[in-house]
Design a protein around this ligand. Structure first.
Ligand code: PLP
Length: 413
């Protein structure tokens, strides 16, 4: 979609607003399926937590994707969006047995990542097939926040606990139909990923009734020019070859599954904000927008660098700005960025705003969450309204009668 479309959307729906380009989501989906064309049974389960608007989930379902969910609420959203229960996988961490049972009762694929719950679930429901999340203890790059495969991670069942795991499966007679790993959010190095996959194949050999092997996600997308991105074509070639060889050895054509979040939606998203104030200090020129980490927390939480464009003046002379928000905290989106000259009232577009942006937003400072718009087949569709004051009050109990009598004065005590 073009810059002028974004500007029109900001004009129609106001700022701040999130915009998602459906065509970019579709092309990313196609790119990934194409890369694994040599595999007989491929399954992409879109990771709902990246962007969970119902309309996005419907689009994913329409593309043929399955859904990866991490909470019972995401499972319910997926079902509402039209996913068949069997095309939803539920991969929680640290949730109660009750929540897992609730998901199982809805008919979705259960993925268990600790021995305690595995044993309890297996004892109570030996007939419900279960996938197991393995921790191969491989760091596939990224920083300590996002590499979850290492030794101290809370995710997955350690490969060093396989003997214990096998005893539980034997005693409960449960049916393990899938093996899963998710090594982290950034696959920097295909060879590291392939190395982790070997551990998964080794583990898989212990389970005779598998239907699928799920390699999780971690596809890296570029945020700035020159950023590394996962070469999915190369990964596709190498892993497909290895996977097919494994299936031969295993004696069954298994499904190869992935759970991409960021890869499918990050680059499809734009966050549009309006510049309230241009503020010159002794050292910096600040552009203050009508947003903050209440709407987009990734720069402050992960240090992610979202490219920022002035779409109101795209051809203007470039100057240096620090783009900050209006929250009463330090909420720097970008320091000393070169952006075409900014005037108050201009619309700034943040790129890569599809994944983990709206879903991480809050009402901090009692601000409204933004609206969301889907750009689909050349038209803008509002898919979530901006919040209103009623949303701020929702669930708050009116306690005004508690305070009807005058407060005890301090001297009375
Ligand atoms: C978050 C998550 C994903 C998606 O990761 P991305 O980096 O967004 O692709 C996949 N699988 C699991 C289990 C997750 O928790």
């Amino acid at each position: 979609m073009e810059t002028s479309h974004l500007l029109d959307i900001a004009g129609t729906y106001g700022a701040p607003v999130y915009v998602y380009d459906a065509e970019k989501i579709s092309s990313q989906y196609r790119k990934l399926t194409q890369a694994f064309r040599q595999v007989d049974h491929l399954r992409l389960n879109y990771a709902a937590k990246a962007l969970s608007n119902l309309s996005i989930l419907r689009l994913m379902n329409h593309l043929g994707s399955g859904l990866d969910t991490v909470s019972i609420q995401e499972v319910k959203l997926g079902l509402l969006a039209g996913f068949a229960p069997e095309s939803i996988i539920y991969t929680p961490n640290g949730v109660s047995l009750e929540e897992i049972e609730e998901a199982a009762a809805l008919g979705v694929q259960i993925n268990i990542d600790n021995l305690s719950v595995l044993e309890q679930f297996g004892n109570k429901h030996p007939d419900i097939p279960v996938c197991i999340r393995i921790n191969p203890h491989v760091m596939a790059g990224g920083n300590s926040n996002i590499s979850v495969g290492h030794i101290d991670s809370k995710f997955g069942i350690s490969i060093h606990q396989i003997p214990h795991l096998l005893r539980i499966v034997e005693l409960t007679k449960m049916n393990i139909n899938g093996i899963h790993m998710h090594t982290g959010s950034d696959i920097l190095d295909i060879d590291v990923f392939l190395y982790a996959s070997e551990i998964l194949f080794d583990t898989a050999k212990h389970f005779p009734d598998l239907e699928f092997i799920d390699f999780g996600s971690g596809f890296k997308v570029p945020y700035r020019q020159g950023d590394i991105q996962t070469n999915v074509e190369e990964l596709g070639k190498k892993l497909s070859l290895r996977f097919n060889a494994f299936c031969e050895e295993y004696g069954k054509s298994l499904t190869l599954a992935f759970e991409p979040g960021k890869f499918l939606v990050s680059e499809a998203g734009y966050f549009l904000t309006k510049v309230n104030v241009v503020k010159q200090t002794t050292s910096t020129v600040f552009a203050q927008v009508d947003s903050g980490f209440n709407h987009l927390i990734r720069p402050m939480l992960y240090g992610s660098q979202h490219e920022i464009l002035n779409i109101s003046n795209p051809k203007g002379r470039e100057r240096y700005y620090s783009v900050v928000g209006y929250i009463c905290e330090t909420d720097t989106f970008g320091s000393n960025r070169r952006i075409s000259e900014i005037a108050e009232g201009d619309i700034l577009a943040f790129r890569n705003a599809g994944a983990y942006c709206y879903t991480m937003s809050s009402n901090y400072n009692s601000r409204y969450r933004p609206a969301e718009v889907l750009w689909y087949q050349g038209k803008a569709h509002l898919i979530r309204e901006r919040e209103t004051f009623d949303d701020i009050l929702r669930n708050q109990i009116d306690t005004s009668t508690l305070f009807e009598t005058a407060p005890k004065s301090l001297t009375e005590k």
